[in-house]
Design a protein around this ligand. Structure first.
Ligand code: UDP
Length: 230
């Protein structure tokens, strides 16, 4: 990996500074707060609990519902409140990224609600939301096969780089957000926006997986900090 540095002083394979805290809300069954670069994200989890929406009730499995929401003040241009195409898409892909880790067949007729609130956004909020949601699910005591973690890589100024900032996302040539279960390496989300050669795409996935593994260590540290017996 080259030693050249990026606009914000990072190396190509360097993550932005990350802070994760588990169990930050009193009322929710599980919660987490995450900062990565300029992103600030709060997640609340409720459940598994009896499904309060009868039409969503499944007799043989539990269901997860996920709401990703950006606060109107989370970006420079006021974000119009309420759901839009982008937030509906991110809500869906987040639920899809987390579902493989959950043993929902153990919770028939039940529901798990995941609320992701982006308080400040600075690029990469979908991955940060998945990372924080997974910590909140563990905090809620939901049994999981693994802690799902999200991280993106992309192409900026012809270089494959890790964890794009908002500026890099806007000015760059490609963004490849992924989520994975680090124990098995199973990818649970893979999106790609922009143009990459086959070789660059493979390099971006490898780099994003490497990023995921680093972020996963911080997820585990946050949970140990909350739950380790002194
Ligand atoms: N963004 C914004 N206004 C919006 C949506 C997004 O300013 O209405 C910014 C925000 O910083 C976000 C970034 O653009 O993190 C990149 O958005 P994208 O849709 O690629 O999703 P993300 O990278 O956050 O997962």
């Amino acid at each position: 990996m080259s030693d050249l540095i990026r606009d914000d002083g990072r190396k190509f394979d360097e993550l932005r500074p990350i802070k994760i805290e588990a169990g930050v809300l009193e009322r929710a069954d599980g919660s987490a707060y995450l900062e990565v670069g300029g992103n600030k994200i709060l997640v609340a989890v409720y459940g598994p609990r009896e499904s309060y929406i009868r039409r969503l009730l499944e007799p043989n499995t539990g269901v997860i519902r996920c709401r990703y929401n950006m606060a109107p003040f989370s970006v420079d241009d006021r974000k119009r409140p309420g759901p839009d195409r982008r937030s509906s898409e991110i809500s869906k892909i987040t639920a899809d990224a987390l579902r493989p880790a959950l043993m929902l067949e153990n919770y028939p007729r039940s529901m798990i609600d995941i609320y992701i609130e982006v308080i400040e956004a600075e690029g990469g909020t979908r991955c940060a939301g998945i990372t924080a949601a997974s910590v909140a699910l563990v905090d809620a005591g939901v049994p999981m096969k693994d802690i799902v973690v999200g991280c993106a890589a992309g192409k900026v100024y012809d270089e494959i780089v890790l964890d794009l900032s908002e500026k890099e996302d806007k000015e760059g040539q490609a963004d490849v957000p992924i989520a994975m279960m680090p124990r098995t390496g199973e990818i649970t989300l893979l999106q790609s926006d922009g143009n990459l050669t086959e070789e660059e795409f493979a390099k971006a996935i490898d780099l994003a997986m490497e990023g995921c593994r680093k972020v996963n260590e911080l997820q585990k540290e946050a949970l140990m900090k909350k739950y380790a017996i002194e």
